[in-house]
Design a protein. Structure first.
Length: 466
């Protein structure tokens, strides 16, 4: 039985079946195919609807989520105008078809549900030629009429994250009922060819997870932070694997106060992740999907943050740092104050390097989106979505303009806020104080010689070798 059920029974937290969504309108599939967006037409076996239960956190935890989400077998075709781009075939386990289920935490409470699609046979639903690298079984459908996911992925590319999910806007029909415009995108998964690359046997992808209480397997580090598994799958992870990654993360968290973080993490990837959320002005520090990867179990393998995910609260901190920057729920306030100064120095350098290019690139992205031939199709689809669920929606072009102006203001604030980033002063050289041959590292955590040029870390202190 899942951990969350134990907690819910002990705490008398709520558990309720979600009622049926009321649809105010349907849109004919031929009308959908008159747009420039692909149409996903999904028909489940026996017309069954994906169901789930609503659950509330136990004492001492946070959030609302869902449980017992049913995986409904289905067939799906993807069309663009009169052309069929993909046909999953009828549902046959491990051969053809797919399963679809409601996914997410609080987002699952919205009328327009997010979904997870698992194909029975790998395919590239984004149609990037016949390149086998992009084929995968796992895909997600996210509601994104407010541009949040699209902006988040744009910033991810501009700051140079290790992996940014590929995506496109689509219209979705499920069992003959129009469900709205969605973002179809790659899911956070291990895939060495096109997603997150970790070793198949000894690699890890875990999440520092506010919703740990709603997962099959989770573990707690010595600092009290709780993590869940993305790879290996929670039902496949061994006790030895769980103990290994728990110790690796505990060692990292304990190293922050000692000033030895460069021995445990890829500092640049952590700094890049934080900078991206500072650009985005993200409010939610607990639910913003802090994924950590480890290539393998060797000592040279550093913990890294490979990707961004979940942008539901961007553009909220107009004249403040993102909550990740200041909330001790995350590691980042402590990392900024760590006595070795490595993280703060790395962040400061990254800040100066990327601030102009990221905002310039984002402004150009908004301009290109405004001029895109897809704009009218997206505009129509958003209006149909609003009518389907019974709410009023503004024009997509106005939303683009509003977001673009917000980032102009954000750029001005961040340029001034740069003064608050004060790296510690570097001291002379480690060569004079290295009689015991203690290891010396560069800012990426790689071991180097004591006379290596540039910033290096030795015994918890930052040095600059000329």
């Amino acid at each position: 039985m899942k951990h969350f059920l134990v907690f819910l029974l002990l705490s008398a937290a709520t558990l309720a079946m979600k009622g049926q969504t009321v649809f105010r309108r349907n849109v004919d599939i031929d009308l959908l195919r008159s747009t420039s967006l692909p149409v996903l037409d999904i028909v489940t076996v026996d017309g069954s609807e994906p169901t789930y239960d609503e659950v509330t956190h136990p004492p001492g935890a946070m959030g609302m989520s869902i449980a017992n989400a049913t995986k409904v077998p289905a067939r799906m075709t993807v069309t663009l105008g009169p052309d069929t781009l993909y046909d999953s075939g009828p549902y046959l386990p491990d051969q053809s078809g797919l399963t679809i289920k409601v996914r997410g935490n609080t987002s699952a409470y919205d009328a327009q549900k997010p979904y997870k699609i698992k194909l029975q046979k790998k395919a590239d639903l984004l149609g990037r030629g016949n390149d086998a690298r992009f084929k995968d079984k796992h895909w997600v459908l996210l509601a994104d009429a407010a541009l949040e996911t699209a902006i988040g992925f744009a910033v991810s590319r501009l700051v140079g994250m290790e992996w940014t999910p590929a995506w496109e806007y689509v219209n979705v029909v499920l069992n003959g009922q129009y469900r709205g415009m969605y973002t179809l995108c790659e899911q956070v998964r291990r895939n060495p060819d096109c997603r997150i690359n970790v070793d198949k046997q000894t690699g890890y992808i875990v999440e520092y997870d506010a919703y740990w209480w709603n997962e099959d397997r989770w573990f707690e580090t010595t600092s009290g932070r709780k993590y869940t598994f993305k790879y290996p799958e929670s039902d496949e992870v061994t006790l030895a694997q769980s103990d290994y990654i728990r110790q690796a993360l505990s060692d990292f968290e304990e190293s922050i106060a000692r000033g030895t973080t460069a021995q445990h993490i890829d500092v640049g990837s952590f700094a890049r992740w934080l900078f991206a959320h500072d650009v985005l002005g993200t409010w939610d520090s607990g639910g913003s999907n802090l994924f950590v990867a480890k290539q393998d179990e060797t000592q040279a393998s550093l913990l890294r943050m490979p990707c961004l995910w979940d942008f539901n609260t961007i553009c909220k901190m107009t004249d403040k740092w993102s909550r990740m920057h200041t909330d001790p729920y995350t590691w980042f306030p402590a990392l900024m104050d760590s006595p070795d100064g490595v993280f703060c120095s790395t962040y400061a350098s990254l800040f100066q390097e990327l601030l102009p290019t990221v905002f310039d690139g984002l402004d150009q992205w908004f301009a290109d989106l405004s001029a895109s031939p897809l704009l009218s199709s997206v505009e129509r689809s958003i209006q149909w979505t609003a009518q389907t669920y019974g709410y009023t929606s503004g024009l997509f072009a106005e939303s683009i303009d509003h977001r673009r102006r917000w980032f102009w203001q954000r750029r001005d604030w961040m340029a001034k806020a740069a003064e608050e980033i004060v790296p510690p002063t570097a001291v002379a050289s480690p060569t004079e104080d290295n009689k015991n041959g203690d290891p010396v590292f560069d800012l990426a955590g790689r071991r180097v010689g004591a006379d290596a040029q540039g910033f290096v870390v030795h015994r918890g202190k930052v040095y600059f070798n000329q």
